[in-house]
Ligand binder design. Structure first.
Ligand code: FES
Length: 314
């Protein structure tokens, strides 16, 4: 068998190349930036984190879009059968009502993304806006007895929302917007204590970057002498926490402002919806050692006594 036959797919298909070009297309960045700044300045307070999904541990947006998509898809099935025009209209209306909260959660997430995500997200939003416009027109037609036109507009709306859904999938799975960018840390860091350098090399009050098993770790020697260590790459989009700002026992990511508690990595403020893996720290012979939090519990559960006799600074 030839190499060509064994590996028939030697490059990405046309759709993926088109999407890659869209990710790199800067033409609409000024519009996206203005829109993003407007969304970020909305006076949402703590509701912003509710919309991001900090309470849920993952973004709320993918959950909420199920309602309009499901309603409109169901309406399309009834429209194909042509025997339940009233119920089809009700489903179109339900989808429109559910589209508003779904769009709001998507907008607050989108406003905190990086430019390549924003470019794809903008077209995703435009497709879905077109779908809402088509379904609104469809509902108006159905309400005024023009059922056939209502059905046609509904099918066009479903096409638009399908395109929007495909772009949303690209954004979530290909570009990993909304995914936990710190998820791999517990799988990469081996069990036990890891030496990361001399205590004297840690500047008090300033976060620095070290590494454990090639995983970047933000280490902070507090002005009170306590040592804190969190995975350096922010769970939101992998921003460097070691370049962030520290205050009130938390570190703020320099990229989109997520705030994590130093003591345990809790995501105190979004857009990050997942906590940051945290490490315990100790000093042995003037050297700082860290161990991923939770590993001692696993050891104890397995019947192994935890280490004692060392100075635990934090
Ligand atoms: S990378 Fe976005 S808040 Fe950290």
């Amino acid at each position: 068998m030839s190499a060509r036959r064994r590996h028939p797919r030697t490059r990405e298909n046309r759709l993926l190349r088109l999407l890659a070009r869209l990710e790199r297309e800067p033409r609409f960045d000024p519009v996206a930036e203005t829109l993003g700044a407007g969304i970020r300045s909305l006076p949402l307070g703590r509701a912003r984190d509710v919309l991001h999904g900090t309470w849920l541990g993952h973004p709320v947006h993918p959950l909420l879009v199920q309602v309009p998509i499901g309603s409109w898809l169901s309406a399309a099935v009834l429209d194909l059968r042509k025997d339940r025009p009233r119920e089809a209209g009700l489903l179109v209306g339900l989808g429109l009502a559910a589209a508003a909260p779904a769009a709001l959660t998507g907008a607050v997430d989108w406003a905190e993304l990086n430019p390549p995500h924003k470019r794809v997200g903008l077209v995703h939003a435009l497709s879905n806006t077109a779908a809402v416009a088509l379904y609104t027109a469809s509902l108006a037609c159905r309400a005024t007895g023009r059922t056939r036109a209502g059905r046609t507009l509904g099918f066009l709306g479903l096409t638009a929302v399908g395109a929007g859904g495909m772009l949303g999938g690209h954004l979530a799975y290909r570009q990993a917007a909304g995914a936990n960018h710190a998820e791999a840390v517990p799988h990469l860091v081996t069990e036990g204590w890891h030496r990361i350098g001399a205590l004297d090399d840690l500047p008090p009050g300033l976060p620095v970057r070290r590494s454990v098993d090639d995983v970047p770790v933000m280490v902070l020697r507090g002005t009170d002498g306590a040592i804190h260590a969190l995975a350096d790459q922010c769970s939101h989009l992998a921003g460097p926490l070691s370049e962030g700002t520290v205050s009130d026992g938390c570190v703020q990511c320099p990229w989109h402002g997520s705030v994590f508690r130093l003591s345990d990595g809790l995501n105190v403020r979004g857009p990050a919806v997942a906590p940051q893996p945290a490490f315990e720290a100790r000093v042995v012979d003037g050297q700082v050692e860290v161990r991923l939090r939770g590993q001692d519990e696993e050891e104890e559960e397995a019947g192994e006594p935890s280490e004692a006799g060392h100075e635990h600074i934090h």
